[in-house]
Design a protein around this ligand. Sequence first.
Ligand SMILES: Cc1cc2nc3c(=O)[nH]c(=O)nc-3n(C[C@H](O)[C@H](O)[C@H](O)COP(=O)(O)O)c2cc1C
Length: 244
Amino acid sequence: MTHAEPVYEHPYPPAELESEHPFRVLDFVEYPPDEMAERAAAFEALMTRRRSPRLFSDRPVPRELIESAIRTAATAPSGAHKQPWRFVATKSAEVKTAIRAAAEEEERVNYLESRMNDEWQEALAPIGTDHHKEFLELAPWIVVLFEERFERRPDGETRKNYYVKESVGIAAGIFISALHNMGLATLTHTPSPMAFLTRMLGRPDNERPFVMFPIGYPLPDVKVPDFDRKPLDEVMVMVDEPAD
Ligand SMILES: Cc1cc2nc3c(=O)[nH]c(=O)nc-3n(C[C@H](O)[C@H](O)[C@H](O)COP(=O)(O)O)c2cc1C
């Protein structure tokens, strides 16, 4: 039996809107229920294996793979479709060395001169991170994701961007997933403060570094903290009726 679809009182797009702005029919692929369950299980199993290594091999990674991950990340939804992200990629030894030196200096102040408070240090203790960031030089690629705080048009006019952090955070998640899916590893890295990246990578003042991703193959037999993830009943809440 075919499912009877609801008839909307307020269809989208209204005819008047469509006469002014172009629309297209959604390209949606529906799978049979068995295949949906299989795909869900396969993707969950794939993502469950994702971890953030802190030692990378220096084996080269083709540029095409990095470009594909960026194109994939840039499919993210964004507030008012402003796409407020810039992925700045480098495989230059000179740039990576400069990034490592600046990141280590910021992190040295964080870790050794107590810019990081006790509570923060306590949270990081099981991970055991410190100010050494050798992997920034050794990983074949670094991609720095910048958020575009506002749009600057070629004529110098500016326009607001909306929900920038939410949008860029979603793009970051898709980027990490795309890399993992193609068999590459990355560490979500935030050597705070990251303002040095704007200067070093020659970015304009409407862009702010959001997160830095060293990317490559993990060093063979690299160790990661023996962490478990919260079970479903700790991360999902079912609500069946309004609370008030
Ligand atoms: C926003 C963000 C910032 C992070 N910054 C750092 C960082 O600066 N250095 C680091 O070693 N790990 C950093 N991490 C990685 C986390 O420590 C890691 O994701 C967490 O311990 C869980 O491990 P997993 O990614 O292997 O599942 C960051 C993660 C996120 C999401």
